[in-house]
Design a protein around this ligand. Structure first.
Ligand SMILES: [Ca+2]
Ligand SMILES: [Ca+2]
Ligand SMILES: [Ca+2]
Length: 216
């Protein structure tokens, strides 16, 4: 199908829920939509003793014991600090000049840029403004085109309908990132690669600017 032509046969594709295991394995299991001719990170090894699910998580509750992480990540004193973890080698992936934020913050800024890019593409190329809400079916028409969710907009009769192949790929990847709250730990490089390539793809046909971002 032509990348930028609206096609009634298309719709939003959901990665489904609790995808942490698949994200750990990256391109070995291809949980993201991977663009042709690009290479992607596989399993994120982290460190030998904190590699398998139950090295970090309680097998039943999924709970993580922050004090164990603190042994090597000294900024951690409780669970809320996990999002501040960053190692020295990590570059300023999101190009915001902040090289002390946790790798979580690098992912978050790129994810926000991806949202803005999807909105630009939908309005300028697909011809209908789009919103995301973390509620089925996730994609809605931004009826008044202000970029924000308004009361009447998040409702099933107002679900988004102007799908092009490029938009299906981009919205799939955007939502995939949302569906793993542990993404920054499970496989930050894979997540950033997938988001970077999605932004790059949208930048082919819109004013989206990806200069400043770093692809791992
Ligand atoms: Ca940064
Ligand atoms: Ca940031
Ligand atoms: Ca609105």
């Amino acid at each position: 199908m032509p990348e930028d032509e609206v096609n009634e046969e298309l719709g939003f594709i959901n990665t489904h829920y609790k995808i942490g295991a698949a994200v750990r394995y990256g391109t070995e299991v291809q949980v993201g939509y991977e663009y042709p001719d690009k290479s992607y990170a596989g399993f994120y090894e982290h460190v030998e003793d904190y590699q398998q699910c139950t090295d970090c998580h309680d097998a039943h509750s999924l709970e993580i014991t922050a004090s164990e992480c603190a042994a090597c990540h000294p900024t951690v004193s409780d669970l809320g600090d996990l999002r501040d973890i960053r190692v020295e080698e990590t570059p300023d992936y999101d190009g915001d000049g902040d090289v002390t934020e946790g790798v979580f913050g690098e992912l978050r800024t790129i994810h926000e840029k991806l949202y803005a890019a999807i909105q630009t593409y939908a309005a300028d190329v697909a011809g209908e403004s789009i919103l995301y809400a973390d509620q089925f079916p996730y994609r809605f028409v931004d009826t008044n085109g202000n970029g924000e969710i308004d009361d009447d907009e998040v409702a099933i009769p107002n679900q988004y309908g102007s799908w092009t192949p490029r938009l299906v790929k981009a919205t799939y990847n955007y939502h995939m990132v949302v569906e793993d709250p542990g993404n920054f730990m499970h496989n930050a490089k894979y997540m950033i690669q997938v988001m970077y390539d999605t932004l790059d793809d949208l930048s082919q046909v819109t004013t989206v600017d990806i200069s400043g971002l770093i692809r791992p």
